[in-house]
Design a protein around this ligand. Structure first.
Ligand SMILES: O=C[C@H](O)COP(=O)(O)O
Length: 263
């Protein structure tokens, strides 16, 4: 088990993004996660599960009183209105969510979401009392062109509000080419990016950079979570495929318990 290099000042967060996976029959996986978390299975880490919208109310009822929080995967910027098919931040809150993922690359590419739209949604999340997990990340072509840092820097400053309390905002660095591919950046590249993001947050939101958690996402699995956890400035994970089963999700979150035990 590598030494944990992340500063102990920020409580780690492990968020599971179920994407468009999960019927009601998957709810027992959430119940098992709640029980394991209550038993200390994630150590100091905070756990969030973001199921599809259809499961949020049921998932929130299961998690009530447990250490596991529920999140949405997107929201509209308006509190209500004639927006067929959309869900507002207030509706997520009303359904029992306390987090919402915003600006995921699958929404940026599949739904043409730009930075300004993500920023408006983040403002809506704050208005509703949700914590926004704002995603940023470069494509493979951008990394190969040496443009990863400026690309992510521009996305970040364009996507986050001009003012925010640290408890209302989490950043997830997710290189597009690492999502669902089994590929991950080197620890050096992740550390460089997370350090860069923290500095950019401090420029944009003075004093907040050291308080806002920066998650890594992209092919986080039980067998690489300990190594990724140990990377400087990684304050947790945004997990896709590895969050779909209780077994894998707790194995990933469990690296924080093992690190605590190791001292
Ligand atoms: O939101 C989660 C990310 O897209 C990562 O997905 P993945 O863990 O399946 O690579």
């Amino acid at each position: 088990m590598p030494d944990r290099q992340v500063s102990p000042r920020l409580r780690p967060l492990v968020a599971g993004n179920w994407k468009m996976h999960g019927l009601r029959e998957a709810l027992p996986e959430i119940a098992k996660t709640c029980a394991a978390a209550a038993g200390g299975g994630a150590g100091e880490a905070e756990l969030v599960i973001c199921p599809p919208a259809t499961l949020i109310m049921a998932a929130a009822a299961i998690c009530e009183g447990s250490p596991v929080a529920i999140g949405g995967q997107d929201c509209h910027s308006a509190p209500s209105g004639p927006f067929t098919g959309d869900i507002s931040a207030e509706m997520l809150k009303d359904a029992g969510a306390s987090y919402v993922i915003l600006g995921h690359s699958e929404r940026r590419s599949g739904h043409n979401e730009g930075d300004e739209s993500v920023r408006e949604k983040a403002c809506a999340a704050f208005r509703a009392g949700l914590t926004a997990i704002v995603c940023v990340g470069e494509t493979k072509a951008e990394r190969e062109a040496g443009e990863a840092l400026p690309t992510v820097g521009a996305q970040l400053t364009g996507s986050i509000p001009n003012s925010s309390a640290s408890e209302g905002l989490v950043i997830a660095y997710e290189p597009v080419w690492a999502i669902g591919t089994g590929l991950t950046p080197t620890p050096h590249d992740i550390a460089e990016m997370h350090r860069f993001i923290r500095a950019r947050i401090n420029d944009h939101l003075p004093g907040q950079g050291d308080k806002i958690r920066i998650l890594y996402g992209g092919s986080v699995k039980p067998d690489n979570a300990a190594e990724l956890m140990a990377v400087d400035d990684v304050d947790g994970f945004l997990v896709g495929g590895g969050s779909l089963t209780f077994k894998d999700f707790m194995a990933i979150a469990g690296v924080y318990r093992q690190a605590a035990k190791a001292g």
